[in-house]
Design a protein around this ligand. Structure first.
Ligand code: SDX
Length: 437
């Protein structure tokens, strides 16, 4: 629990009250291990005030020890470990363990964790019928919102959120089953048979096998693509209190079951301003179409009266290069070399767009840099993953972060999230009978 910093107080002086009075309210400050100190405004309501912070730009909604971001310096730490080192030396499942447990696993811990996740990759076979309720052209994210929420209809044995063992097996089930459900969403949209997970494959290879395998012939997973897929999942694993994680926490604060909370997170992630940006980047590059149109679209992005934004650029927190984007760019090069498509026009267009934007005064002045979504979609497309599956991949990767943040909240003391508002509607007035209107 946060403790006040000794001898450090915020004094809020409010002048020009109704009777010309001035009042001063003293508010405690708390310090974390990294990042800005926070001002506890909890007692303002009793003093007759709310704070006003649409979009929660300056609001710390919780205390957490999972992920730290320094947006100005372009730093991302998971339980203190820099994302660059994790991307280079760790694996996605090891990061899942770290996010859930707070420490890197021993070799034995990791082996047991991987075996546990592997054993949970199958889904209840009756879930296959659930897919049949969707139209064949349903967006895979629409399917994932429904199917993940529906998991709470299958696992009645582990829905007591106050039982640590229920929270643990639910975390394992969600991490393990997301790739299976994601691949099923893809196969359903292709009208192809679902592929059962294989226990002899690693996590990322299993996902690619379930996505692209067929019962009619053997499917060999390309190890370079599997490593790239593992790194893409790793880069998406958690990201502090972003919109979808905050949605998971808000849903969890009501005591809702974790499957429902993660389904809420998936729904929030779908938006193009958030996890839907990777799909939007590819659609944008297709719309731009050729190098000669780039300047026109850069001008559109800068035009206040034009709703067009350069998708994959900008970030609420990073006012420097998103460290994940740098790793993603390196992964992009590896995948394109492996596939022999270094000259892919989409990649060339993205690289050109990035160069022009990074040199343009508008983007420099507003500190708009490529974010994690700018290159991820280009890699996924090169790997043969359809554009409408990009955000499903993001949701799969983000699952350990969502569940770790949910678990951190539910396993400590928490209150139901219930923000207030600045009301500017009509003051009280009497009802008017319809024949008087
Ligand atoms: C993710 O929060 C997270 O951590 C998210 C995420 C995660 O891992 O969970 O990192 C994943 O969501 C990455 C972001 C993906 N979204 C996009 O790439 C969509 C394009 N980006 C923008 O929509 C925007 O940059 C946001 C939504 C990401 C951030 O928006 P903010 O913080 O609310 O910033 P803003 O909209 O107030 O923009 C500040 C200024 C504005 O101009 P002014 O009103 O000050 O004149 O910058 C402009 C904006 O118009 N601007 C852009 C722009 N992004 C911001 N102009 C053109 N193109 C852009 N992409």
């Amino acid at each position: 629990m946060a403790t006040p910093i000794a001898n450090r107080t915020a004094k809020l002086t409010i002048e020009g009250g109704p009777d010309g009075e001035t009042e001063t309210i003293e508010l405690p400050l708390y310090a974390g291990t990294e990042g800005p100190d926070v001002i506890d405004i909890g007692k303002l309501t009793a003093q007759g005030f709310f704070t006003y912070d649409p979009g929660f730009v300056s609001t710390a909604a919780c205390e957490s020890s999972i992920t730290f971001i320094d947006g100005d310096a372009g730093i991302l730490l998971h339980r203190g470990y820099p994302i660059e080192q994790l991307a280079e030396q760790s694996t996605y499942l090891e990061l899942c363990y770290l996010l859930l447990n707070g420490e890197l696993p021993s070799a034995q811990n990791l082996d047991e964790f991987v075996k546990t996740i592997t054993r949970h990759t199958m889904v209840h076979d009756q879930l296959r019928n659930f897919f049949n309720g969707f139209r064949a052209d349903a967006h895979p994210m629409a399917i994932m919102c429904g199917v993940v929420g529906a998991l709470s209809a299958f696992y009645h044995d582990s829905l007591d959120i106050d039982d640590p063992s229920h929270r643990l097996i639910t975390a394992h089930r969600l991490i393990a089953k997301m790739p299976t459900l994601a691949a099923m969403s893809h196969k359903f949209s292709q009208g192809q048979p679902f592929m059962y997970p294989r226990n002899d494959l690693d996590y990322a290879s299993n996902f690619l096998y379930m996505m692209f395998g067929s019962p009619c012939e053997d499917y060999e997973v390309n190890p370079v693509l599997a490593r790239a897929m593992d790194r893409i999942f790793l880069l998406h694993a958690d990201h502090e209190q972003n919109a979808s994680t905050s949605t998971v926490r808000l849903a969890g604060s009501t005591g809702a079951n974790p499957f429902a909370c993660i389904a809420a997170g998936i729904a929030a992630l779908w938006g193009p301003a958030h996890g839907g940006a990777n799909e939007a980047v590819l659609n944008m590059l297709s719309e731009i179409g050729s190098f000669k149109n780039i300047d026109k679209y850069i001008a559109k992005a800068k035009d206040k009266d034009d709703p067009f934004r350069l998708m994959g650029f900008g970030h609420r927190v990073y006012k420097n290069y998103d460290p994940r984007a740098k790793v993603m760019q390196q992964t992009c090069k590896e995948v394109f070399e492996e596939l022999g498509v270094e000259d892919d026009p989409m990649l060339k267009m993205a690289q050109r767009l990035e160069k022009i934007a990074l040199e343009d005064e508008y983007f420099v002045e507003k500190r708009l840099y490529p974010n994690v979504d700018f290159y991820s979609g280009i890699i996924l497309k090169a790997m043969g993953i359809p554009v409408d599956m990009f955000t499903v991949v993001f949701a799969t990767g983000r699952t350990p972060g969502w569940i770790a943040q949910w678990n951190e909240m539910v396993s400590s003391s928490y209150k139901i999230g219930r923000p207030r508002q600045l009301y500017n509607g009509p003051s009280a007035r009497d009802y008017v009978a319809i024949d008087q209107r």
